[in-house]
Design a protein around this ligand. Sequence first.
Ligand SMILES: Cc1cc2nc3c(=O)[nH]c(=O)nc-3n(C[C@H](O)[C@H](O)[C@H](O)COP(=O)(O)OP(=O)(O)OC[C@H]3O[C@@H](n4cnc5c(N)ncnc54)[C@H](O)[C@@H]3O)c2cc1C
Length: 416
Amino acid sequence: MQHRADVVVLGAGMVGVSAALHLQQRGRDVILVDRHARAGEETSYGNAGLIETASVFPYMFPRDFGQILRTALNLSPAVRYAFADLPEFLPWLVRYYMASAPQRALHSAMAELPLIRRSRIEHEALIAEAGVPDLLRSTGWIKLFRSEATLATALGDLDRARQYGVEADVLDASGIAAHEPNLSGEFAGAIRFPAPGFVPDPGGLAKAYAALFAKKGGRFLVGDARTLEQEGASWRIAGSDGAIVAREIVVALGPWSDQVFGPLGYSIPLAVKRGYHLHLAPRGNAVLTHPVLDSDQGFLLAPMSKGIRLTTGVEFARRDAPPTPIQVERALPKARDLFPLGEAIEPTPWMGARPCLPDMLPVIGRAPRHPGLWFDFGHQHHGLTLGPATGRLLAELMTGETPFADPSPFRAERFS
Ligand SMILES: Cc1cc2nc3c(=O)[nH]c(=O)nc-3n(C[C@H](O)[C@H](O)[C@H](O)COP(=O)(O)OP(=O)(O)OC[C@H]3O[C@@H](n4cnc5c(N)ncnc54)[C@H](O)[C@@H]3O)c2cc1C
């Protein structure tokens, strides 16, 4: 048996599903291919659920010496690295450091701004069409500060972000208690961002978008992207029930995208920032309304449908190295002090890998040397946020429409 389509999208995470929907909306016959039988089973399942319209400045390498030293000594709660893997990712870290110089970081932020601004609008449209309004909450989120110094730095950053339209309320202890009465601790203050959306089941949202894609005639097939071959003017993948053939291919494999671009000869510096989560039941009648980031302690609590999801910051390690959930173990007692948490809901923490390029911008657009091959990966800390907006941008490029944002900063050629 052979399956044919105009376009095959490889990868059914938030990024691939969104690209498939946007291509379908533009009249393309699309097949979505994943190694799993269901969408949203990997990174797009395990994130913190924020549609982060307030993050106009991407997460860059710290420039502050104290922070660099704490990180180098593995003392930072938000960032940890696996010493044994250091030789592997050190060259990438150097590129990340260079791309984080103030002018270059500002360039990344300005390139991404139109996508961030579009992110919630695109999700709202898909959520309405998919008929899943419960999967988007308008709570915004809260960033807590335990020290006056970190609060002061964050307020400086906020002044800058406000110039780009970010809205925020600065809260004192009573303001924090008014918004989240079950939090305990000594706080210097907090910032509440009211505009970002919160998705209480990110994997469920990817599945709802995949169901919408199928309802509109899209096909979802199981296959291994590593079998991709060029065959004349077409591309072929070995699917689990026969070959899948199309003239155009979209690589949306998130942290695994190198499995396709690598063998085709592209040297794109994709690395990962790993992260963990663990669900816990709230104790008694305790309720958490917003996702809450304890910024000085480096973890976030999000009120997911499945329980309170404790998510960690960044771990630099090889994508496929065994999990080392030290950050979860360290955060857990602090999280219990912050909010009344009961039993863990799963036996071991989940681990995922944020797909990152050194300039913290995704790669979106045509593959430079292979006609019919397109890239849509590297969404770093913001793949839930940006999936639908970058899906639109990619589909506009593929169908010759005028793109809603300047696509040039996202070209793969920037690394040649
Ligand atoms: C702890 C944590 C918290 C986060 N919090 C947020 C947040 O609050 N907001 C936000 O916007 N982002 C957040 N992110 C980032 C976000 O989750 C990612 O950027 C996003 O999920 C990437 O989506 P993706 O579709 O590119 O990748 P994935 O979701 O990983 O999808 C890739 C797909 O490719 C498939 N695949 C892989 N290899 C093959 C193969 N060989 N053949 C076929 N299929 C294959 C996989 O099965 C998978 O379905 C967070 C990430 C982490 C780890």
